[in-house]
Design a protein around this ligand. Structure first.
Ligand code: GLY
Length: 344
């Protein structure tokens, strides 16, 4: 009798436990798109080279997370104004780097205010894979990188970055840069700045991709605003601001004035619009409109752009000012696409 009572007691509570367990832990939302057609998109014209490296992986049945890391490493290793150790320094002359990465299972990692490391995106990936944390900054991030086998390198500024910094030092005025707004000279974002010193000096590479399994991932890496205050961190390493991935909806990255992307949790906000049924371009436009509303007249002085991919493989982008373009690569297509903008 005692045994029967024990048995009933145990069965009742284990049944209840199972019921509560099922209630508390719904199926995890990692499902991939039913048929993945690989696609990769990334910000600005530097994205064309970055996409090539990503496409090597995607077109050989590799994973999106590897593609987005290897892709932006190309830009980190190149000499340009705004990404990697050759990019514009802060106003005290130090190059400080921000980066993030996110996969299809909500795993994410980032580093900010990192110095003397060539590939911050790879350190971000190690943070994601080897620590219980999402973000490491400054000296701690550098110590972690060294412990992981990364070597310290002295930044060697690109000639354009060196010249821009020397020019900037003559006046040392601290103001928001005009970021990559198209001008009559038709400058591309990674061309030497010819505008007033320090006015047009900054941006980011953000990349999002879908692999053949239908899984999404994204990455984002930058030296941030040129001649920024020491310690300034932008949107790129902030998960939800410069980058967000939700495998059941899509992936989004941002470029431009980081402070104004952070204010609206930009990339996450775009994903939430897509969850409600908007296509990628409509979702990007809607969050640009939110920034325009918040900034009022000041929106004349800032550039922000969002670039998104949904789980069906549709892509879209939208910026405040004309001049933002993104690189697209998928089967049979390699293109630089001009994005629509709020100002015409
Ligand atoms: N979007 C890059 C930054 O503001 O740092």
């Amino acid at each position: 009798m005692a045994n029967r009572r024990n048995f009933l007691h145990t069965s009742f509570f284990s049944g209840l436990g199972l019921f509560l367990y099922n209630k508390r832990f719904p199926a995890q939302p990692f499902s991939a798109a039913p048929q993945g057609q690989p696609v990769v998109i990334s910000t600005w014209d530097a994205g064309l080279q970055a996409n090539k490296a990503a496409w090597e992986i995607l077109s050989n049945a590799g994973e999106a997370i590897d593609a987005v890391e290897k892709g932006v490493m190309v830009t980190e290793a190149s000499q340009n104004c705004c990404v990697g150790l050759g990019a514009n320094p802060d106003r005290d002359g130090f190059v400080t780097l921000d980066a993030s990465i996110m996969d299809h299972r909500f795993n994410c990692g980032s580093v900010a205010f990192l110095e003397r490391i060539k590939h911050p995106v790879s350190v971000a990936r190690r943070v994601m894979e080897k620590t219980p944390h999402v973000m490491l900054v400054g000296e701690g991030a550098q110590q972690f990188a060294i412990a992981e086998g990364f070597t310290l390198e002295e930044p060697v500024l690109s000639p354009a970055a060196q010249k821009a910094y020397e020019n900037w030092l003559k006046k040392s005025t601290y103001k928001s840069p005009l970021i990559n707004v198209e001008n009559k000279n038709g400058h591309g974002p990674f061309a030497p700045a010819k505008l007033e010193d320090g006015e047009w000096n900054h941006d980011t590479i953000g990349m999002v991709a879908m692999d053949a399994r239908g899984n999404l991932s994204g990455s984002c890496t930058t030296s941030g605003a040129g001649f920024k205050m020491r310690g300034r961190v932008g949107d790129s390493p902030i998960i939800g601001a410069g980058l967000y991935v939700d495998n059941e909806v899509g992936a989004c990255t941002a470029t431009g004035q980081g402070e104004d992307v952070i204010r609206v949790a930009g990339s996450h906000a775009v994903i939430e619009k897509m969850r409600l049924g908007m296509d990628p371009e409509g979702a990007c436009k809607s969050i640009i409109e939110r920034i325009v509303k918040i900034k009022g007249e000041k929106v004349k002085d800032i550039q922000v752009a969002f670039l998104a991919l949904d789980r069906r493989g549709r892509v879209g982008a939208f910026s405040i000012h004309p001049g933002f373009s993104y690189a697209l690569r998928k089967e049979g297509v390699e293109a630089l696409v001009k994005a629509p903008s709020w100002f015409l």
